[in-house]
Design a protein around this ligand. Structure first.
Ligand code: WTA
Length: 654
């Protein structure tokens, strides 16, 4: 691995980490996973283990075969039929959880809505009937572009109920990004909202949809939740657009769930890869639901009376798996919050935890670091004693953030589960079982039962303890992605060609003497900004699309708060002068093309970019420059003077 990989810098310090946190005996006694033999059972008989987990779901028809593995395609629970919405809603609503809160929602302005399982069942059924009336059938794709409002999980579950495949697009993506995703999925229906609330301002959603649809001919119907009202300034196009409430006013609250084959696609979720085009990750019904139900139960130790809050946006996989499908499959009470953690003040998260008595809280290291910056006096103002477990996801958690979380949020009482996984894995892969696993701050610990991982070198050979390498998963697992929508070749190439027979994660890792995994960040052209995956190529394409830009190279550089920040090295076209405001114009241009999350933090104008003799841009050297390190090997450069000049210039300007 290149010595300049993100994360590498702190690595030596990480491996010196000596703090240990064994499970609390009281917690361990009642933990959902309390028998260490679970690991051995799953290792000896992975199919038996997974079959037993799958049987916790309600199947309309039981499966006959656990796994068919025709590398690199897995099929799980063959012959079985089930429905994800039935599993997440009806079986609770029809049993003892009918009047249990399924979703406790709080809007940013402070409005609240609580949906019991019984109410959720009726809302989902009405929405499902509305979709049918628009002509949506099993297998059709429905694009959903909303903020964090109850209609979002309702819409997802309504799709699942009739076997339609949802494609949720994060509300922070631009019109252009939305258009690409609609076109790739060829959706005929888009479900959206007029806008959403964020730090007291309106995020216009419908206006973005209108723009997106200028180049998305497949779309016949748009349904709009009036979340904001007048202030959103949404316009309705007659014949195409309708109001959500009017749409459903006359719909029945009864709708039979469609029995779906275990392998039927449940959803598509787009994520960034190494090319400019996002990949539509396809997840199945039976395998995916088994993965998220199991991990939610075992890793978060969900109990009947828990109030559970995963603070991720549903537009990302963490929200799909751990706001919607995982906890609802377990019949849990889920807290959902619409807005920003610092609105109206920096205590908002802790206020919500106190108000609803949240027991389990799951967030990202970047959020924890922001709270660290804001200071422990904010959480100290609230009663957080209801918390009994904390989770982390999205990027490596640095030991200082881990310790702060443990001390100031968990009150030195709660276990912390650092959970490593990806959009592609569907569910958590590497994490502690809180009643069984001793934790070390900064390590995601060990693969879960039924999951096998290794760290390998360039040739695919396992590396010795302490050495760095590539993280691979060595057995198929139920919630693995099935393919990339419309591009199975890319599926094979991206994940299965680098190390034949093994799934390549794109992450670097080290394993210590105890077999614990320490994640080191991406080893491909993907950067992780505040836990959000962004492809460097996507940002580069957006930059060169600007008329002033000749060439662009984008890298992730270390950032204390965001994990990584986006640095863009740009050469301008001949005759273009470096004017005041050009940097800002380029940043705005990228935000407009992709979304605010992809806005470069630094834009740096270079006379030339360092290239190899074959013309490849040496991003590794740009990373060295941006992170203020000594330059790595420059012998393969066509013109070593270019990089020296760039470095001198960067130091002067930065
Ligand atoms: C990174 C988010 C270290 C990793 C669930 C992975 C992590 C990418 C962790 C997937 C963690 C996620 N420790 N790194 N606990 N969790 N990552 O698809 O680089 O948005 O490949 O899924 O986030 O990001 P994605």
């Amino acid at each position: 691995m290149a010595s300049s990989e993100p994360g590498q810098r702190e690595l030596e310090a990480l491996l010196q980490e000596t703090r240990r946190f064994p499970p609390d005996p009281t917690f361990a006694r009642t933990a959902n996973a309390r028998d260490p033999a679970i690991y051995e059972w799953a290792r000896r008989d992975p199919e038996g283990y997974w079959a037993e987990q799958a049987r916790r779901l309600a199947w309309f028809r039981p499966f006959e075969q656990v796994l068919r593995w025709e590398e690199p395609h897995a099929q799980w629970f063959l012959g079985g039929q089930l429905n994800a919405a039935y599993n997440c809603v009806d079986r609770h609503a029809e049993g003892e959880r009918r009047n249990k809160a399924a979703i406790i929602w709080e809007g940013e302005p402070g409005d609240q809505r609580i949906l019991t399982y019984g109410q959720l069942q009726r809302e989902v059924a009405r929405c499902a009937n509305g979709l049918k009336r628009l002509g949506v059938r099993a297998g059709d794709r429905v694009t959903i572009y909303m903020g964090m409002i109850p209609q979002l999980p309702i819409a997802m579950l309504a799709c699942a109920r009739i076997g339609a495949v949802h494609s949720v697009v994060f509300g922070g993506f631009s019109a252009e990004a939305l258009r690409d995703r609609i076109n790739d999925a060829r959706s005929e229906v888009v479900l959206t909202a007029d806008g959403g609330w964020r730090r007291g301002s309106v995020v216009p959603l419908k206006a973005q949809v209108d723009l997106a649809l200028e180049g998305a001919p497949s779309v016949k119907h748009v349904v709009v939740v009036r979340r904001v009202g007048e202030a959103a300034g949404a316009r309705f196009s007659p014949g195409r657009d309708r109001d959500w409430e009017e749409w459903l006013a006359a719909e029945s609250a009864v709708c039979d769930p469609e029995p779906m084959d275990s392998e039927a696609p449940l959803f598509i979720l787009y994520t960034s890869g190494t090319t400019g085009k996002p990949k539509g990750i396809v997840h199945s019904t039976g395998g995916y639901l088994t993965g998220v139900e199991t991990t939610c139960r075992l890793v978060f130790d969900l109990k009947e009376r828990d109030v559970y809050w995963c603070a991720a946006d549903i537009g990302w996989v963490t929200g799909h798996s751990y706001v919607v499908y995982g906890p609802l499959a377990n019949g849990a009470t889920v807290v959902m919050y619409e807005g920003a953690p610092d609105f109206p003040d920096r205590g908002r998260n802790w206020q919500i935890i106190e108000r609803y008595g949240v027991n389990i809280f799951y967030t990202a290291p970047t959020a924890i670091r922001a709270h660290m910056r804001w200071g422990p006096e904010w959480p100290a103002r609230y009663d957080l004693s209801s918390l009994r477990l904390l989770g982390s996801v999205g990027e490596p958690i640095n030991p200082e953030a881990w310790m702060w979380y443990w001390e100031h949020i968990g009150g030195k009482r709660t276990p912390i589960v650092d959970t490593w996984w990806q959009t592609e894995t569907g569910a958590i892969m590497i994490a502690p079982l809180p009643g069984l696993t001793e934790t070390k701050p900064g390590s995601a610990t060990r693969p879960l039962p039924g999951i096998e991982a290794e760290v390998v070198d360039q040739q695919g050979r396992p590396v010795p303890p302490g050495a760095g390498g590539f993280l691979v998963l060595t057995r198929p697992w139920p919630s693995m992605l099935r393919t990339i929508w419309g591009d199975d070749r890319r599926y094979r190439e991206t994940y299965w060609s680098r190390f034949p027979g093994r799934y390549f994660t794109g992450d670097g890792a080290r394993r210590d003497e105890d077999g614990y995994f320490w994640l080191l960040g991406r080893v491909d052209d993907v950067i992780n900004v505040s836990g959000h995956r962004i492809g460097t190529m996507e940002v580069e394409s957006a930059l060169v699309d600007h008329p002033a830009v000749a060439e662009a190279a984008v890298i992730g550089r270390h950032d204390d708060l965001k994990g990584q920040a986006i640095a863009a090295f740009v050469t301008l076209k001949e005759g273009v002068a470096v004017e005041d405001g050009l940097k800002e114009a380029l940043r705005r241009h990228v935000a407009g093309k992709i979304g605010a999350i992809a806005r470069p933090d630094d834009v740096f104008f270079a006379a030339e970019l360092p290239k190899t003799r074959s013309g490849k841009i040496m991003r590794r050297l740009l990373r060295d420059i941006a992170e203020g390190r000594a330059l790595g090997d420059t012998t393969t450069l066509a013109d070593p003077a270019v990089v020296e000049a760039l470095k001198a210039q960067y130091q002067e300007e930065a």
